[in-house]
Design a protein around this ligand. Sequence first.
Ligand code: NAP
Length: 337
Amino acid sequence: MPFSNREWHLVARPVGEPKASDFALVTTTVPDPGPGQIVVRNDFLSVDPYMRGRMDDRESYVPPFGLAEPMTGSAAGTVVASQAPDVPVGTKVTHFLGWREYALLTPADVQLVDAEIAPLQAYLGVFGTTGLTAWASLTEVAPVKEGDVVFISGAAGAVGSVAGQFARKLGASKVIGSAGGPVKAKRLTEDFGFDVALDYREGDIAGQLATAAPEGIDVYLDNVGGDHLDAALQVMNLRGRVALVGAISVYNATELPAGPPHLPLAIGKRINLRGMNVSDHFHLVGDFARQAGGWLADGSLIADETVVDGIENTLDAFQAMMRGANTGKMLVRLPQA
Ligand code: NAP
């Protein structure tokens, strides 16, 4: 029996912060699977900062969303109809046809997950690209060495909250995080193992960081860009390492901001500023999953999430995440039959 499906379409390219009128929730029908096909009912959808870039019509490592076409993104769900013997009904999978209730796929489009090891939604967060981004940034892109002082921005978010914990496990002597507001700052030190929490909404992030790290910092995982990157350059030690992971402070900008004024410091300090894309690090997936799985099981890794219910609230969840309403991974949960 075909599946009545609701899916989000981008209908206009946002200028600045996306508005509700840039999107439409459209009802369609997903057909029964043909030979070699499966239908997946999505249980969780991921909303991620990089999706803002896909709303613009410009070249990137992920193609832009088409106008009046279904949007895509990571999702986790359950096979509800199958004509593929290797992926029977009931199998739990992740795939890339998010922003919708039902998806017609082939086995090659999905990754099987073991929901016994971790809850399904963890494969969109700590076991998915966000966890791997944090791990690869601190092991391959800007490797943490024993005794390093590490600074992480966006520290209460999906990448940042686990990155702080990984930095500690990798031997950092001090882990400093920045986040927006006192509630998040408190969570950094109380729940995510940071030594010092900076609240950037208090202003003067450079001054706050200099006070927190009189000995300087050795590694910076940059989720934010802008003033945070400039602050880090000022206190970076000789041969410091920076993983340029994201620049969320400028994703809604309508004009390119000026570059960090203190960039020339990178010359004398021999700072290694390295752009990071998680897709370059998929070779780490197996080892990382075993490692993170062990830490989750023994309780030494906290993977927080913020869950919004209902396909109709997916856009709100995306916008709320961009404004900082989430702690840990922002997810949309759909009713599970
Ligand atoms: P997230 O941190 O869970 O959510 C985004 C957070 O950004 C919000 O919660 C908000 O927290 C913060 N934020 C929004 N505007 C800000 C501003 N102007 N200044 C400072 N912080 C601001 O998202 P995520 O999925 O973990 O992604 C974090 C970063 O990593 C993003 O830049 C993303 O693009 C990047 N990323 C890169 C890769 C890669 O392969 N390079 C992969 C995954 C993610 P506050 O309340 O603290 O402001």
